[in-house]
Design a protein around this ligand. Structure first.
Ligand SMILES: C[S@@+](CC[C@H](N)C(=O)[O-])C[C@H]1O[C@@H](n2cnc3c(N)ncnc32)[C@H](O)[C@@H]1O
Length: 282
């Protein structure tokens, strides 16, 4: 079978199983598996695929047709121009999180050698981006789940982000293990979906760990814990940046105002949806 024929066949299979952008996905597969850019695919369109290449594509197609996210099949995904390892047990980076990172970056650039605490770090996209883009910055990144923690360590090493320290711990339990009360910034994209909504999310999301999504019955468990316990780790004048679900702005703002924060604002995403809460410790 030629490159062209394999491409077309794979697109048809994915389309039939309900994948929205089959051409885009199949191109990414060729690129990740065989290093074939769109240009090279065109150049080699009449080349016969090897048995190994065919098996690789058909295994990927089988997984994708069952609804497994493309990102897990590729094993890597981009966030703000850097590649991160992803796979079962860790949340796939979302473009939405860029709003959180940019808000935090704007804050950190006004500070000198800031000390940052990231809670619920997952793949480490937030910690690594901040650590790489802010001169003199150090980041402590806390993650509870074993599989996610392994990806966090792997991504820190891959990006040579020596100024990120990965800490394995449950944020509901490990706060007292942190003696440092002088962090300049706290940032988090915690699980924030309401428990009863999690099973209704699209089929791809069902492959992602529930522990990365479920924020408790009202979706606010993690924000309560962060506002009440972890805000004590910030020095006066330190900042907090929290990614939120689109309907949570008022509840999270109130939690911060009740727990010693001022100048609390909501930042919207490109679709004008509330996406981030940012405030300053009084
Ligand atoms: C919404 S994901 C965010 C991951 C990453 N920061 C990002 O933006 O892509 C939430 C993360 O919190 C972690 N987590 C869940 N419960 C936790 C807990 N009790 N303590 C620490 N981390 C937890 C999950 O394993 C998951 O990696």
């Amino acid at each position: 079978m030629t490159v062209r024929a394999a491409f077309d066949e794979l697109c048809k299979k994915l389309e039939a199983s309900g994948v929205e952008s089959p051409g885009y996905e199949v191109r990414l597969m060729f690129e990740e598996f065989f290093g074939m850019t769109r240009f090279r695919m065109n150049e080699e369109r009449d080349r016969q695929l090897s048995q190994k290449e065919k098996s690789c594509l058909s295994a990927a197609a089988e997984r994708r047709c069952k609804g497994e996210p493309l990102q897990y099949i590729l094993g890597k995904w981009d966030f703000m121009d850097r590649k991160y390892f992803v796979g079962h047990g860790v949340l796939i980076p979302r473009d939405d999180t860029e709003v959180c990172v940019r808000t935090c970056l704007d804050d950190l650039r006004k500070r000198t050698s800031p000390k940052v605490l990231e809670l619920c770090a997952g793949t480490g996209i937030i910690a690594v981006t901040l650590a790489k883009q802010v001169p003199g910055c150090t980041v402590t990144a806390v993650e509870k789940e074993k599989a996610a923690f392994e990806y966090l360590e792997k991504n820190i090493a891959y990006h040579k982000a020596d100024n990120v320290r990965a800490f394995s711990g449950d944020i509901f339990l490990c706060c007292n293990e942190f003696e440092d009360m002088s962090f300049d910034a706290l940032v988090s994209n915690p699980p924030y979906i309401e428990t009863n909504v999690v099973p209704t999310l699209q089929r791809e999301v069902q492959f992602e760990p529930e522990t990365a999504l479920d924020g408790g019955s009202d979706g606010l468990d993690f924000y309560r814990c962060i506002a009440r316990k972890w805000s004590k780790k910030l020095r006066s004048g330190g900042s907090i940046t929290l990614e939120i679900g689109e309907s949570q702005a008022k509840a999270v703002t109130d939690l911060l105002l009740e727990n010693g924060f001022r100048d609390v604002v909501t930042v919207k995403d490109i679709q004008e949806l509330d996406r981030v809460i940012y405030g300053t410790k009084a």
